[in-house]
Each structure stands twice: as structure tokens, then as C-alpha cells.
Design a protein around this ligand. Structure first.
Ligand SMILES: [Zn+2]
Length: 452
């Protein structure tokens, strides 16, 4: 399918996919160009396979077929014949097919909706393997699947996707992030740089509407016409909520990292964030009451905030989920504060107080076996922690902190020391009591040698 015209980053994924619309299967050839930036020679490349509906046909390095790879559940270990020196690049090819699962009902399975199909929608979210993050201390990070929440740790990379859909009508539309060009009948070419993954949603029933921010970002909504009932125009509200949220977070945090933001009405609960594309549940479109203080507003503002806290600044979503979820949840409040200031007390009473959130904020998703206690501790206590920090630091220092953190860690994977270390030393010391109240590991910046 040719090489991209743009210069390649240290990590580039090229995807050629053919989706069978009626059988819900995808045939994929995936090319990975990986430059060793670890500073150490590598004797293997380890990948995370995000789904078990995955049938691997072969693995190649260059043109040489690899036979001694090991696929153990979600970990794919590809040994290298000769160690890869720092600075050198290895080219991998994976050939596999996928069975897209039906979207199941119920919260526990609902999260799989971004990887699944409904009667009218196919969602390809976290659908192909990604190279594991490598650190000197942890080596290859291969997180275990957990049904309660996200758990992946993803490098920022560049992506080129070519996808053809067989067996669909000419009404088919593809919602995808980045630069998307239709290159033939139900064939699209997509380029996205500085992203954690590439997620697509397809439907023959999609309608679209779009707007743009004064900073020049295009916001495009893909929705279903049955979500417009009577005089209530939920799609329009979702579109302008996303645009307003994006403009606010650009002002508060950092420039938006992509040229476009795609918002998709998803046939599964809640919502989900991906790079340059977010899902907002069909439930929130259909139940919208025409008022700003509603789930459609909150979840849209929340998912858009993840473009900064997940997509721009990455984190270990399984082990320190508060680093993206507490910030995204508190961003809902910031959105209301700017655009609907009459609803600030409502937000705390509706979103937080009824759940009487308990526990420490910095707890791994693996510690929870149900979504409610997880959300209470990580999202809601997390939002209370952000408010306490803002009260203690004052607005100027609080937002300066978040801007400094985004500037230092954009395009990288941040850990707690990066978040808290973005505070000036005296501010970090001054909020010791808040750290102790909300964090298990409250001495975040204590050097490892000084740990008890
Ligand atoms: Zn979230």
C-alpha cells in the first residue's frame, strides 16, 4: 500500500485491514517499525495483544519468518536472532485475523462495546497488538486484562491505516481520527501521528455534523438519526459540548494534539476515550432532557478531557488509573464552571456526594472487582483531591502545575513522580496533608533508596 510521505517516528504502525461486514471478521497485515530507544540492547520485542479473538497466522522480521515466538494469552514475545543495539530499528510484520464479538449487555461487558458490533455499528477499538512499554526497572510491561476498567500502557506512535470493507452498502461511513481520505469504494486511508492507538467505528446509518474551534480544530460528530426526538437535538448538544470542552482544555492545559476530534455515538454504556476519537453512549443521547446538567454533557466533557490525560500525556491506566481518570472527572466540573456556573453545587451533589466516596485515590484497577467502588475511589475521591489541591494552591498555581505537567510529559508515559514533581518544591511540601489524606503512596517523590 506504499510508504507514508511523512517522516517516520521511532515507532510506526502500518495497518492493512479488510473487514467482512456481514461475517464481522477482519484480516490484518500489520507492519511495525520499532527503533530501540531504551539505551540497552534488546534480545526480543514484546507486544500486548488486546483481544483473545485473535488468530495469528505468522510473524516476520523483515522477510524472515519467525517460528519461535510465544503467544501467552495477551503477551506476544518475539525473540530476535541478534540483539537489537540502541538506536537500531527492527521491522516486524504480523499477519492475523480477528473475530469481532457482539456487544453484550450489562456493565461488566459494556466496556467491550468499543471492541464489538451491534446491529448497526462495528467498533474497532484496541484491535491490534502494540509494542509493550519498556523500562529499565520493569522491563517489558505486559498488563493483565481486567474487566472493570482500562489497564493498558501505551507509547505514543505514528499510525497509517488502510481499511477496505467488503459486503457493506455504499451508505457505509467510517468514523476515524487523524487525516482520513476515502480512496475507493468502502476503502479509506488514515494517518494519525503522536497517538496511543487508532480506533475506528463504522455504520451504514451514521449521520454527521461538524464545527470547528477558533484554534482551527475540526470537531466531527457521528450519530444516529433516532437520537433526535421531538424538538430535542441531542446530537447538536453533544457536538457543541465537545467543541466548548476542547476550547476550554486548550486554554487550561495545552494545545489539542491533533487536527480533528471525532465524537461517536456508541452502542454501549457510558463512553470511552481514544486518541482523536471518543465514544459517548447512545444511552446519554436518547435520555437527554434538553438541559445542560445531564449525563450527555458530563460524559462528553469527560471523554474530551482524556485527549490531554491519556492521549497527550500517557499513563499506566491499570496501576495508576487516577492519573487520567481523576483529572478527566475533575475536568467535568471545570467545564460546568466555565459554561454553566449555575450547576457547580449540582455537580458535587449529583456526581459525587450520593456515593460517599471512600478509600485512597492511587489504587490499581486490579484491586476492584466491581465498577462502583472503583469509580468512587479513583474518579470521585480523585475529583475531591483535585479540588482540595486547587483550594490549597490557589487557581494560578494549580493550573500552572497542570500546564507544566502537560508540557513536560506530552507524548510520553507519565508516572506519579512526573505529576507531583511538576509542582514547585515548596508547593509539593505545602500540600503534604492532602497527599496523606488521599494517597496511599503519599511520599511520591521520596527517592527509592529512602523507602522503608
Ligand atoms: Zn474516563
Amino acid at each position: 500500500m506504499g510508504q507514508p510521505a511523512t517522516p517516520r517516528s521511532w515507532l510506526h504502525y502500518g495497518i492493512d485491514a479488510v473487514l467482512d461486514w456481514t461475517a464481522h471478521t477482519v484480516r490484518v497485515e500489520q507492519r511495525i517499525s520499532y527503533r530501540n530507544e531504551t539505551g540497552s540492547p534488546l534480545d526480543r520485542i514484546v507486544l500486548n495483544v488486546p483481544t483473545d479473538q485473535f488468530d495469528l497466522r505468522f510473524v516476520k522480521i523483515g522477510s524472515r519468518r519467525i517460528r519461535d515466538y510465544v503467544l501467552d494469552q495477551t503477551r506476544l514475545d518475539v525473540p530476535l536472532k541478534e540483539a537489537l543495539p540502541p538506536g537500531d530499528t527492527v521491522d516486524l510484520v504480523l499477519d492475523f485475523s480477528l473475530d469481532v464479538p457482539p456487544i453484550k449487555n450489562g456493565y461488566r461487558w459494556g466496556h467491550l462495546g468499543y471492541w464489538g458490533y451491534s446491529e448497526r455499528q462495528v467498533n474497532l477499538g484496541t484491535w491490534f497488538p502494540t509494542v509493550a512499554v519498556y523500562t529499565e526497572s520493569q522491563r517489558w510491561i505486559t498488563p493483565r486484562f481486567h474487566a472493570i476498567g482500562e489497564y493498558l500502557v501505551l507509547e505514543a506512535a505514528d499510525f497509517t491505516v488502510d481499511i477496505t470493507v467488503d459486503g457493506a452498502s455504499d451508505k457505509l461511513r467510517l468514523a476515524g481520527p487523524g487525516t482520513v481520505t476515502k480512496s475507493g469504494d468502502n476503502t479509506w486511508h488514515l494517518e494519525l501521528t503522536g497517538a496511543r492507538e487508532v480506533t475506528l467505528s463504522l455504520s451504514e446509518e451514521f449521520q454527521t455534523m461538524s464545527t470547528s474551534t477558533t484554534s482551527g480544530v475540526e470537531i466531527q460528530l457521528y450519530y444516529f438519526s433516532d437520537s433526535t426526538t421531538g424538538t430535542l437535538d441531542a446530537p447538536r448538544h453533544a457536538l457543541y459540548t465537545a467543541a466548548d470542552a476542547l476550547a476550554l482544555y486548550e486554554e487550561l492545559y495545552a494545545a489539542y494534539p491533533y487536527e480533528r476530534l471525532v465524537v461517536v455515538q456508541g452502542d454501549f454504556p457510558d463512553g470511552m476515550e481514544f486518541s482523536g476519537l471518543v465514544f459517548v453512549s447512545d444511552d446519554w443521547f436518547r435520555t437527554w432532557q434538553g438541559i445542560p446538567n445531564d449525563w450527555l454533557t458530563l460524559i462528553t466533557a469527560h471523554e474530551v478531557a482524556h485527549q490531554w490525560w491519556y492521549a497527550l500525556v500517557g499513563n499506566d491506566q491499570g496501576n495508576v488509573p487516577y492519573m487520567d481518570e481523576a483529572l478527566a472527572t475533575y475536568s467535568e466540573f471545570l467545564f460546568l464552571e466555565r459554561y454553566y456556573p449555575d450547576y457547580l453545587a449540582w455537580w458535587w451533589e449529583f456526581r459525587v456526594a450520593p456515593y460517599e466516596p471512600q478509600g485512597f485515590v492511587d489504587v490499581p484497577v486490579y484491586s476492584f472487582d466491581g465498577p462502583r467502588p472503583y469509580i468512587n475511589a479513583v474518579y470521585l475521591r480523585g475529583a475531591q483531591m483535585m479540588q482540595a489541591l486547587r483550594d490549597a494552591l490557589g487557581d494560578e498555581a494549580f493550573f500552572e502545575w497542570l500546564r507544566a505537567y502537560a508540557a513536560a510529559m506530552g507524548g510520553k508515559v507519565a508516572g506519579p513522580a512526573d505529576l507531583w514533581g511538576a509542582l514547585p518544591d515548596d508547593a509539593y511540601a505545602a500540600i503534604a496533608d492532602i497527599r496523606q489524606r488521599y494517597l496511599q503512596q503519599y511520599n511520591v517523590l521520596l527517592p527509592v533508596s529512602e523507602l522503608p
